[in-house]
Design a protein around this ligand. Structure first.
Ligand code: DX5
Ligand code: ZN
Length: 214
């Protein structure tokens, strides 16, 4: 299991230091939650902030766009230092066009689905994407409870990836801690996104190792 540390639960007054600390503590990715106050109710950070914090770690930046019309911003986030750009299937852009638009920036592409969205949205584009993101909370806020019923989506994706011999990775996002990460791993997830359980813990290294199951 790989761990993507979500900065949403970090100390925003010390973002650079938090990025450095969490990457030294064993995180595999820095997960940045970009919200526009429209696609979701919350507003977080944009590409200028990502550009400013990018030099604080060498691990890949996994940028999760919870914004309407994401295609308008792909080049901005690519230029800011994102390595993986994930947008939502529900965000309004034509799925295939948006996937190709991310690819044309030279970055890896992810597609995310909200809890109420059927897994079929991801199955359709699975061979074309690097990352399939199953939201295990309603996007918008950190610190919510994990939805175990989303694991059936993960199992369906895992089976399809196996059947088609794809290299697409499965990421679960929201409510991840040591216990819920175990359920995600058993269902076939490759990457867990965790914010609260890492940044609000007293020992980041231990929290990350716990999610990895080591
Ligand atoms: C929710 C975000 C998640 C969130 C996870 O909209 O996409 O990445 O930060 O935070 P926790 O681990 O607190 O659920
Ligand atoms: Zn996220």
């Amino acid at each position: 299991m790989k761990v993507a540390a979500s900065l949403l639960a970090s100390d925003f007054a010390r973002l650079g230091e938090e990025v450095e600390k969490v990457s030294r503590s064993g995180a595999d990715f820095i997960h940045v939650d970009v919200m526009d106050g429209f696609f979701v109710r919350n507003i977080t950070m944009g590409s200028d902030i990502i550009e400013a914090i990018r030099p604080y770690a060498s691990i890949p930046f996994d940028v999760h766009l919870m914004i309407t019309e994401p295609s308008r911003y792909f080049t901005d986030f690519a230029g800011a230092g994102a390595d993986i750009i994930t947008f939502h299937a529900e965000a309004g852009s034509n799925l295939l066009n948006a996937i190709n638009a991310v690819k044309s920036t030279g970055k890896k592409v992810g597609v995310a689905i909200k809890p109420t969205t059927l897994v079929d949205e991801l199955l359709e584009c699975l061979p074309m994407i690097d990352l399939a993101v199953v939201m295990t909370v309603e996007p918008g806020f950190g610190g919510q409870a994990f939805m175990p019923e989303m694991m059936s989506k993960v199992r369906v994706l895992r089976e399809e990836i196996r059947r088609l011999r794809l290299e697409t990775q499965i990421e679960v996002d929201g409510g991840i801690n040591k216990e819920t990460a175990k359920m995600a791993a058993q269902s076939g997830a490759d990457i867990c996104v965790a914010g609260t359980s890492i940044f609000k813990s007293s020992d980041m290294t231990q929290a990350i190792a716990g999610i990895k199951g080591v």
